[in-house]
Ligand binder design. Sequence first.
Ligand SMILES: Cc1cc2nc3c(=O)[nH]c(=O)nc-3n(C[C@H](O)[C@H](O)[C@H](O)COP(=O)(O)OP(=O)(O)OC[C@H]3O[C@@H](n4cnc5c(N)ncnc54)[C@H](O)[C@@H]3O)c2cc1C
Ligand code: HEM
Length: 366
Amino acid sequence: MSTLSRLLKESWTLVEDQSDELAQHFYARVFLADPSIRDLFPINMDIQRSRFLDAIVRAIQTVEDPHAFDECLRGLGRDHRKFHATPEHYGVLGMALLETMRTFAGEAWNIEYDQAWRDAYDAMATKMLTGAAHDAGPAFWSAEVVHHQQRAWDVAVVTCRPLTPFEYRPGQYVSVETAHQPRLWRPFSIANAPRLDGTLDFHVRALPGGWVSTAMVRTVRVRDMLHLGSPMGAMVLDRRSTRDIVCLAGGTGLAPIKALIEELGAVNRSRWVHLFLGARNRDDFYDLPSLARLAARYPWLSIVTACSDDPSYDGERGLLCDVITRYGPWPDHDFYLAGPPAMMRPSLDAVVRLGVPLPRIHYDPQ
Ligand SMILES: Cc1cc2nc3c(=O)[nH]c(=O)nc-3n(C[C@H](O)[C@H](O)[C@H](O)COP(=O)(O)OP(=O)(O)OC[C@H]3O[C@@H](n4cnc5c(N)ncnc54)[C@H](O)[C@@H]3O)c2cc1C
Ligand code: HEM
């Protein structure tokens, strides 16, 4: 472990059991230092569950190598243009973070910790600002909803058409804002490879009490406008690889996997693709007819469906992590995984246990 990483982790343990109060204090400092920053954040701010602070802390805790996450942070910086974040704002947030850490750690804080947090934050902010400065494209795109299809009681496929050209790679995701929940942006994966008419599909599951997902499934209508941030994410096809592919998709994690399969449809001649699609019960499979069409068109594609909580399901039963282990071994395959955290954690563990080297495991943390 590098010294920087050790110092960050060590100092975080001094405050982590007060993380809710820390978040309150941090935002109070930020908004006091520059009250105009308050307007950039959502009206209904759930400070305890701040995505922003979570991200900073998570990144700071995982800094092993300051050069890691370069592309990811540049992408995040490009995307932050939609929040109107300026270099001065980065300075204010960095200062508030340091002061908050000092206050909460109290006597145990020292100059080494101070420098470590300063260095880590500055490295991240610099990468984000570089990403933002080098992107001449729009800060966000407006897109008109052209199709809205309810596929299950809690799942909709929402199709929109950006008003200006929008380039992305299959497997990527974008932040989406609806007019119903201004300033609340949530990432959703694009579920198709680029089309001639420029339309994008999103597969959205409404979470109970979830602001944006519920609006996307229940309130958004055809002709509504959405805002889309810059495309992000590293789960794109490794086109140089000739290895066969295993895809694991849980629930709406199917979206980016489907985009990758569509991309493979244009370029693939020789790679077998095994898709394992998991859900709690059979009613949660919201896209089977479309998948059946893909399987009929592409002889290299096989699809296995598995239900974890449906004892009479006549396909596979159990969690995806157990199903792929039963179907293995997968000695020389590339892996692509997408789904909710409850599916991703055990699936990643299983893939690593199967001996798949990390560079061959592709996913974006959800
Ligand atoms: C890279 C990536 C790609 C994604 N792709 C997709 C996709 O393709 N399709 C998709 O459907 N989703 C996707 N997601 C998830 C999506 O971004 C949202 O997180 C999800 O839709 C929930 O957002 P929300 O605004 O509806 O819920 P939020 O309002 O953020 O709430 C989330 C959950 O927390 C609960 N909650 C809210 N406040 C509190 C509180 N104070 N205390 C306790 N619990 C609380 C809510 O009830 C809800 O269940 C993706 C996420 C990531 C990171
Ligand atoms: C190193 C610095 C920073 C990091 C690592 C960081 C990281 C993040 C991440 C990961 C998110 C959630 C993803 C998203 O919604 O797109 C987020 C949200 C956000 N960030 Fe940043 N950010 C940084 C600096 C800033 C600055 C300087 C501003 C502007 C003042 C800013 C404003 C916001 C806003 C408004 C949100 C949405 C908050 C919400 O939805 O609750 N961020 N940030």
